[in-house]
Design a protein around this ligand. Structure first.
Ligand code: AMP
Ligand code: ZN
Ligand code: FE
Ligand code: FE
Length: 299
């Protein structure tokens, strides 16, 4: 088993994964990972436990985040790596994103109830058992109550964009999502580009050119649900715009039961060299914004 592989896209119980930070690190270690990034949605609360576990298992921990940006027709997520989670501006904006979620979430429960499903938001919160509640927690409750037979079916029939219980949440623009990550000294990467639902290579290329203008640093070309052809074509687009390539599984434990950490659908192999490039890009970026420095100097 190679000990050079890594996984730069994973979710814990602190957002919509089913593994605790410690369980996740242990699992990654068992799969031969040399480094793992935790990229929970809108929160960094997994880091302390993950760092301690990573030290115990002899794995390199990479601080990460996943931000949902405004985009249509599909979904745009921006990953951040090597972020300084103590950045004041960063913490404040993450708090606002979590508030936007909390504003949306009860409306999803209302929609489900009006469709005749006995699903209360309190029950969803109990399932999530943590600070960041996401649609997968609604899906889990719907499975438990027998309304659907899988999390995927809950999305397909009720929760996905365009379905009857889909409710928009306030998001940052792509430019602001990238700026947020840069404010924390991080490297900004376009996640799983197949989810953008753009229909041609040219459309993706054009969008990437625009995002590169906003400071995008990389593209997650190597991804569980990308075919070999997609991985190659997204990597080519990254190279055309002098961007990094990254890779990860998007492990969510039982919330995405077909995806294993490190291995993805079985064929994932993200080389450690990709992380080295991310780290050198981050090293060239200040971890403290000017505003932070002023605030510290005056306090
Ligand atoms: P939220 O951030 O609460 O809107 O939930 C987004 C999360 O739901 C994503 O990160 C995925 O884990 C999951 N998700 C979104 N769309 C789908 C889909 N069509 N099928 C399965 N899971 C999905
Ligand atoms: Zn998720
Ligand atoms: Fe995502
Ligand atoms: Fe993700």
């Amino acid at each position: 088993m190679s000990t050079r592989v890594i996984d730069l896209h994973t979710h814990t119980t602190h957002s919509d994964g089913s593994a605790t930070p410690e369980e996740l690190i242990k699992e990654a270690s068992a799969k031969g990972a040399r480094a793992v990034a935790i990229t929970d949605h809108d929160t960094v609360t997994a880091f302390a436990e993950a760092r301690a576990a990573a030290e115990r298992f002899g794995i390199e921990f990479v601080s990460g985040i996943e931000i949902s940006a405004e985009f249509s027709p599909g979904t745009m997520h921006i990953l951040g790596y090597c972020i300084d989670e103590d950045s004041t501006a960063f913490r404040e904006k993450l708090g606002e994103l979590r508030q936007a979620r909390e504003k949306r979430n009860p409306h999803i429960a209302d929609r489900l109830q009006s469709l005749g499903l006995d699903v209360s938001y309190d029950e969803v919160v109990r399932i999530a058992g943590n600070d960041v509640v996401g649609r997968p927690h609604f899906a889990r409750l719907m499975v438990e109550k027998g309304y659907v037979s899988s999390i995927q079916e809950a999305f397909d029939r009720f929760l996905k964009n365009g379905a009857a219980a889909y409710v928009e949440k306030a998001r940052l623009s792509p430019a602001d999502s990238i700026a947020l990550i840069h404010e924390a000294g991080g490297v900004a990467v376009l996640a799983h580009p197949y989810q953008l639902r753009l229909s041609s290579y040219e459309q993706v290329d054009q969008l990437v050119a625009e995002l590169a203008g906003f400071g995008l640093d990389g593209i997650e070309a190597v991804y569980s649900r990308h075919s070999a052809a997609e991985r190659a074509s997204y990597a080519e687009i990254a190279a055309r715009h002098r961007l990094l390539v990254t890779g990860g599984s998007d492990y969510h434990g039982s919330y995405k039961p077909d995806i294993s950490i490190v291995k993805g659908l079985g064929d994932l192999e993200v080389p450690y060299a990709l992380l080295e490039a991310v780290k050198s890009r981050a090293a060239g970026r200040s971890t403290r914004t000017h505003a932070d420095q002023l605030q510290e100097a005056s306090s």
